[in-house]
Structures are given as C-alpha cells and as structure tokens.
Design a protein around this ligand. Sequence first.
Ligand SMILES: [Zn+2]
Length: 236
Amino acid sequence: MLGESGNPAMARLFGQKWLESRAGAGVLLNYLLTITTLALGALLFAGCAGPVRVTTIDDTERRIISVAQWGGTPADESRARRHTINRITLHHAGVAFPRGKDPIAYMQNLQRWSRDTRKWLDLPYHYVIDLDGNIYEGRNIKFAGDTNTEYDPAGHALIEVVGNFEEVEPNEAQLAAVVETMAMLAAKYRVPVEKIEGHKDHSRQTVCPGKNLYRYLENGYFRDRVRERVKAAAAS
Ligand SMILES: [Zn+2]
C-alpha cells in the first residue's frame, strides 16, 4: 500500500520525492515478485492446493490511513466515553466534496472543528471514505461517537462518506470502500447485517446519509455484499 505511487493521498502523505526515489527499485522488485509468484503458482498447481484465499478483512485493515498518517492527533482518553460496538451506521458529509479538494486537509479541519468549535472529544465518525475510496481512521473505535441529532451513538460504528448524496450519486470506489469497511467491522465485532443501517434510521432530524447512498441500504446491496465477505473471511 505505502509503495503505490498511483495513490494521490499517499503521495501527499509521504512526498512525491520519496515515491519517485522508490520507482527504480520498484521495477526490479516487480520483476522479482513476478518470478516468485510464477514459481509459487507452479508449486501450488502441482500440489493441487487450489486458489489461495485472500483474507480481505486484513487487507482492509492494512489499507486504512491512520490518524498519525493523515496528520491528526490522538484524542484525550480521560474524556472519552467507552462503548461496545453492536451496530454499524452510515453517514454522509452532507456538503459537496468537489474533485480536487484535499481529503487530508478535510480530515485535519474536521478534527479541529470537532474539538474547537463543537467541543467534542474528537471528530464524530470512526471511519471516513473519500472520493477515491481511501479509508481514513477517525475517532478511536473504542470511543462512542458524537452527533448533532437526538440519537445516542454509543454502540454504533460510524462510517462517513464525503459528499452530499441528496445531490450526487456515490461512485464505484466509494461503494466498494463502504462494503469493505462494513465487512471489516461486522467480522471484527460480530455485528449481524440487519444492524447495518443509516443515520436516518435512528433520527428523525436528518436525511443523512442522503437518498442516493441510502438506496444501497434499502435495496440490500450493502448487506448482501457484507454477508458474502464475512462468510468468506470466516471460511479462510
Ligand atoms: Zn449522519
């Protein structure tokens, strides 16, 4: 993940120079990897071991951009309200997120606004998904979230997708990242898919996560894909 120079968020995080200096070594490494993969493939085929199952839950955890990586700081644990995850709740930002807007700056601003203006412990969500499907760690999952509406977010794993889905459609990368994040949480905290819902299922004061994203909760798209992934992870 860290060596993928095609990822703009990572390029910002680690500096274009760092990534470019890796490019020459990358070609050689790719060549060696290809040879190794071919050799391994031949071995597996000979042994009838069948396809190697990728543990997608681990893959997801590895690609999450941590608070330290996006330049945030940890929250004051002494003020935190601890909770046990028993459901997953989807949100949208509710404001437009134009192409070219910097997601790293967005995360930093959201943390600052949440602490300084709202006087919350930290940013309100546990995970944030940008336009390219990158997943950012938000508030520590051990701590209950915060909300502007009347429901109690204790027990909820909170996922926010940037953009306003009353106005625009989620893109493929965002939908895939939502599935991945939900599946990771469902597997880790043993949340049944029926407990995957949207903010507006818990509050009458909001249209969040927006009708165009909520549709994927209503029609079973997210729950079906999460169920498949959790099943595959359990079998591996
Ligand atoms: Zn919301």
